[in-house]
Design a binder for this molecule. Structure first.
Ligand code: ARG
Length: 462
């Protein structure tokens, strides 16, 4: 009785089984429309492919398929224009689209859901969305890598300190630090590409949990939707969200890398470090202190990574207690995945501009004894065991520090007082500039290694 009373736009597909209507608060909880409306294009593409397969299998008549195709196109037009009525009572985008289709095509629209459930439909939509999201993020990553490579080509030969424990360690060409981020980003891109393989499996045909007695051609639907394969197991296919959790992990890791870069650059751009100047376009000032130039964009990117990490924890928590197979908890998976991807997308979209517009400053290299390790290696070349050399140089540094001098300002006599292995040629091992010229192995922080890495990245990112 109650089902009959439902008006056209809010009627439920299960209106014959359940007679009570949800009250407003319950309807709000049940609905995911505010979030899954973002999937409408994928939902229509999936329905179209399903209907085409049904017609090729003789399950739908040609005429019926044509009517469905036209109907879906007109629904799509209205959604695009923002004119489609989307009552919350319909719960999700699948029901909104199917209801609109049926309103337009009559009986025929009621055949679309043959051999399908919203359980395989939603994971299909999500897989198509996730496939595109992975692609979009990969493009942003490549763009940021290119920006770092350009900066490294422009300013990368400048000699700067490398830090460990945020204390001056050894001199490097600055490009080595810039290309370190490119390496991290490459792993992020590789992870996304790998994740995409597991996303790219068509679940359609799995139905609600057990498949269907309708003779579907699963290979055909998969082919029509650009999936290289379809799922093996209907229970797994309808309840698996590993691919979303993985995508969230990719976002969290990418976010963590972006955050580390921002942290570095916020420090480098401070007056205390003075290594880097950010372009005005990416800074803000203070409402009170007129001199301020704050790296707010970097701080927001750093902060955004917390969001991606939170979404990863959220989706794993959502999944961990679910019995087989589909449970309604899964409706909320989208909130986590959409938020993780969109948050990181916004952050990484800004990053290449920041990198390209940054200016490197030549820092003072005479403090911090950046050449101490090189002096120890000089002694090694003269036959002194490394541990002994390390001790000798430690004593020399302590003396130089007492006299407030860099190692290169100590006289040959001063040095020789600590080791008779030291000769005049020691000068070519001292000063940061000389040290960088001596870096020998592949992957070290010298100019010739930088040239080789740049050649690799330009080829890889072309
Ligand atoms: N809107 C649901 C989701 O996002 C799909 C519908 C499945 N609902 C159901 N009661 N089986 O997961």
């Amino acid at each position: 009785m109650a089902a009959k009373k439902q008006n056209k736009s809010s009627r439920k597909s299960w209106g014959h089984r359940l007679t009570a209507e949800a009250d407003a608060a319950t309807a709000e909880l049940l609905a995911s429309l505010d979030v899954d409306v973002a999937l409408w294009k994928y939902d229509i593409a999936g329905s179209l492919a399903h209907a085409q397969m049904l017609s090729e299998q003789g399950i739908l008549k040609k005429k019926e398929f044509t009517a469905i195709k036209r109907g879906l196109a007109s629904v799509a037009e209205d959604i695009e224009a923002g004119t489609l009525d989307m009552p919350l009572a319909l719960e999700d985008i699948h029901m909104v689209i199917e209801t609109a289709l049926t309103d337009r095509t009559g009986e025929v629209g009621r055949k679309l859901h043959t051999g399908r459930s919203r359980n395989d439909q939603i994971t299909l939509d999500l897989r198509m969305w996730a496939r595109d999201a992975a692609e979009t993020l990969a493009q942003h990553i490549a763009e940021l890598q290119r920006a770092f490579v350009e900066l490294a080509e422009r300013d990368g030969k400048t000699v700067v300190p490398a830090y460990t424990h945020l204390q001056r360690a050894q001199p490097i060409v600055a490009g080595q630090a810039m290309l370190a981020y490119v390496e991290m980003l490459q792993r992020d891109a590789d992870r996304l590409a790998d994740c995409r393989k597991r996303i790219n499996v068509c679940p359609l045909g799995s139905g609600a949990v057990a498949g269907t007695s309708i003779p579907l051609d699963r290979a055909r639907t998969a082919e029509l939707l650009g999936f290289p394969k379809y799922s093996r197991n209907s229970i797994d296919a309808t309840s698996d969200r590993d691919f979303l959790a993985e995508l969230c992990f990719c976002c969290a890791t990418l976010g963590m890398h972006l955050s580390r870069w921002c942290e570095d650059w916020i420090i480098y751009a401070s007056s205390e470090f003075g290594l880097l100047e950010l372009h005005d376009a990416y800074c803000t000032s203070s409402s009170m202190m007129p001199q301020k130039r704050n790296a707010d964009t970097l701080e927001l990117i750093r902060g955004r990574s917390a969001n991606a990490l939170a979404q990863l924890v959220g989706i794993l928590t959502l999944l961990k207690g679910l019995p087989l197979a589909y449970n309604r908890d899964l409706q909320d998976d989208k909130r986590f995945a959409f938020e993780a991807v969109e948050g990181i997308r916004q952050a990484i979209a800004v990053a290449p501009g920041i990198v390209r517009a940054a200016t490197l400053r030549q820092p003072d290299l005479t403090s911090g004894y950046l050449d101490a390790t090189s002096l120890a290696e000089y002694l090694v070349n003269k036959g002194v065991p490394f541990r002994t050399a390390h001790g000798i140089v430690g004593t020399i540094v302590a003396e130089a520090e007492r006299r407030d001098l860099p190692l290169s300002d100590l006289s040959l006599d001063d040095l020789q007082a600590h080791s008779d292995a030291i000769e005049a040629d020691v000068a070519t091992y001292l000063t940061a500039e000389n040290v960088v010229k001596r870096y020998a192995p592949d992957g070290a922080a010298g100019a010739k290694q930088l040239t080789k890495q740049l050649r690799f990245w330009k080829r890889t990112l072309a």
